[in-house]
Design a protein around this ligand. Structure first.
Ligand SMILES: [Zn+2]
Length: 238
């Protein structure tokens, strides 16, 4: 079916493919950080009921069950339909650039896994690196970003940054190149600091609390891609 490109592979097919793949992304997000197998059947987070096939249809099942488990009637996480839709739109926008679709999936899993569990799964870093190698890898910016985070890790004795951030820095540098990686770091530290101050002021976090930095890095990467032209003018104009 995917042998013929162009007119035969419609955007709708890729959107639906993305939504279906999004279900698998949810499995990766919640199981990789906890070291669980990704092959077992999905179950309800509250009552552990194993889900039947008709409870696993992306988006449709969630809407059909009004966002609740069929057995215990507890609320299902909004994460499930949100990740499914995000993957659907990601595939729709990025196809047929398969390398970018691979990187998109890896970064989406890392974003939510780091936010929820403060863990960046190594396997997703490898998937992302594979995607970057398939597109146009920038080795020097990758190594540069990794060294930068390694330095921070050494200076803060592992309390400020995790080794996951070192690996994510390498992946983003490899994928973005210069000057996009520099701008991504700038945005990440700026937004990270702003959110940190807001959380402390609202007493949601103390000065010693840890906030996952991965999501800020990925946000920075996204902004550096969307505003590439503007950034280039900043960096290279006299
Ligand atoms: Zn349940």
């Amino acid at each position: 079916m995917f042998v013929c490109y162009g007119m035969f592979v419609t955007p709708i097919v890729f959107f639906l493919l993305g939504i279906s793949f999004g279900s698998f992304m949810n499995v990766l997000i919640d199981r990789l950080p906890r070291g669980q197998t990704i092959w077992g059947r999905s179950h309800c987070d509250h009552c552990n009921k194993k889900l039947r096939w008709f409870e696993l249809v992306p988006i449709i099942s969630y809407i059909g069950q009004f966002g609740r488990c069929r057995r215990c009637h507890k609320r299902l996480s909004l994460q499930y339909p949100l990740i499914e839709l995000t993957t659907g739109f990601g595939f729709l926008l990025l196809y047929p650039q398969y390398a970018f679709m691979i990187i998109f999936c890896a970064l989406l899993v890392i974003f939510v896994a780091d936010l929820k569990y403060q863990i960046i799964p190594d396997s997703m870093i490898l998937v992302g690196i594979l995607g970057a190698l398939l597109s146009k890898p920038y080795f020097i910016p990758g190594i540069g970003a990794a060294l930068f985070f390694l330095l921070l890790w050494i200076i803060t004795k592992g309390r400020g940054m995790g080794l996951g951030d070192v690996k994510l820095g390498f992946l983003l540098g490899l994928f973005l190149g210069f000057p996009r990686i520099a701008f991504a770091l700038y945005v990440a530290f700026l937004t990270g600091a702003i959110v940190g101050v807001i959380l402390i002021l609202r007493k949601r976090a103390g000065l010693k609390s840890k906030i996952a930095f991965g999501p800020f890095l990925i946000l920075g990467a996204l902004i550096s891609i969307l505003y590439e032209t503007t950034i280039r003018t900043w960096f290279y104009s006299p």
